[in-house]
Design a protein around this ligand. Structure first.
Ligand code: FO1
Length: 322
């Protein structure tokens, strides 16, 4: 079984490649919920939905979030009625949030709802929220603390990011199955997601980092940073906000002591030795995922990196014993 720590769009695309290489039923995605927020009284879980819609083949490919060809009649009416509509929720997407909220109010947990939805949408990959307890990623700005969605979507990441906190994370318990998946995994993959606010949030849930550290499985991270910039999203200011360089060196520093291998793009090949100096092995390959073939190749390269790490660990064990 392969456990994948996942944020939104980058992770979803990576998983599209992985399901071409191994049976979807052998993959468990542990998904960030720090971006979750209530809109119009409804519980929205952007990263879970991005991964779920992508694997169900219904995501809007141009945005990477929302549902393809969705309409926005409900949002227009909400605007007419004076609601704040800066977060664009399509009509079919809204149906998901209405049903999710209805089930949560009826006493279901977020993991139960997520499992029911991914089955209804024929997604073979098991999707686990990192926690069923509420966690909110907030960004410190000169205007005060902002919820991640306010920072990113409402204010378009224009405020200077000064710090990051995960409100509620100390009390959050890993969702059922999360620690079990990490313990049972033959390979643990950290998807090419924001290391600070997507993966960092998952790692901050008590018990998650320790379970990864204690695992005998190889841990392979795919860098979301290529040639000093993220493919998508606000990783650059948020990495800087926590003192990380916006480069594969910064990604390696963020995952220092946690990963065996960092998969980096060919554009960063000259930084491979710097990454190795942080203690991780390096695989250099194409990491930009434009189409199905590139997604598949990245998944294959990631699994090949994991196999190399297994051999390296075995070799180190033998040399220590000998
Ligand atoms: N991102 C935007 O930039 N603008 C939006 O209006 C927006 C709406 C939205 C609705 C549902 C959903 O699941 C995701 C949505 N996203 C939107 C993406 C999302 O906010 C972020 O990309 C993730 O939280 C980061 O992974």
């Amino acid at each position: 079984m392969i456990a994948v720590l996942a944020g939104g769009v980058g992770a979803a695309r990576f998983l599209e490649g992985l399901v071409q290489v191994v049976p979807p039923e052998t993959i468990v995605a542990i998904v960030n919920t720090g971006d979750d927020m209530a809109f119009h009284g409804l519980h929205v879980s952007p990263d879970i939905d991005i991964v779920m819609y992508t694997l169900a083949g219904i995501v809007d490919p141009s945005q990477g979030w929302g549902i393809r060809d969705d309409t926005t009649y409900a949002l227009s009416m909400l605007a007419t009625l004076g609601a704040d509509t800066w977060f664009k929720l399509g009509d079919q997407d809204l149906a998901v949030h209405i049903r999710r909220t209805e089930l949560l109010r009826a006493g279901w947990t977020l993991s139960q709802v997520t499992d029911a939805f991914r089955r209804a949408l024929n997604v073979g990959v098991r999707l686990l929220p990192m926690s069923d307890d509420p966690v909110a990623t907030e960004i410190a700005t000169p205007a005060g603390w902002l919820h991640f969605q306010q920072y990113l979507v409402q204010r378009r990441a224009r405020d200077e990011a000064l710090g990051i906190r995960f409100v509620g994370v100390e009390q959050a318990r890993p969702a059922p199955g999360v620690l079990e998946a990490l313990r049972a995994a033959e390979v643990i993959v950290i998807a090419p997601s924001n290391p600070v606010v997507s993966i960092g949030t998952i790692l901050a849930v008590p018990g998650v980092r320790d379970a990864i550290m204690a695992s005998s499985a190889p841990v392979v991270a795919v860098s979301p940073i290529i040639a000093g910039a993220p493919v998508k999203g606000p990783a650059a200011p948020l990495m800087r906000a926590v003192g990380l360089e916006v480069s594969v060196r910064g990604v390696a520093a963020c995952y220092c002591g946690l990963i065996d291998v960092l998969v980096i793009d060919r554009a960063d090949a000259d930084l491979a030795d710097d990454v190795r100096a942080s203690g991780a092995e390096v695989t250099v390959t194409e990491t930009i995922m434009r189409g199905p073939a590139e997604k598949r190749r990245l998944a294959e390269a990631t699994l090949a990196a994991a196999r190399t790490a297994v051999r390296r660990r075995a070799y180190q064990r033998v040399s220590q014993e000998g």
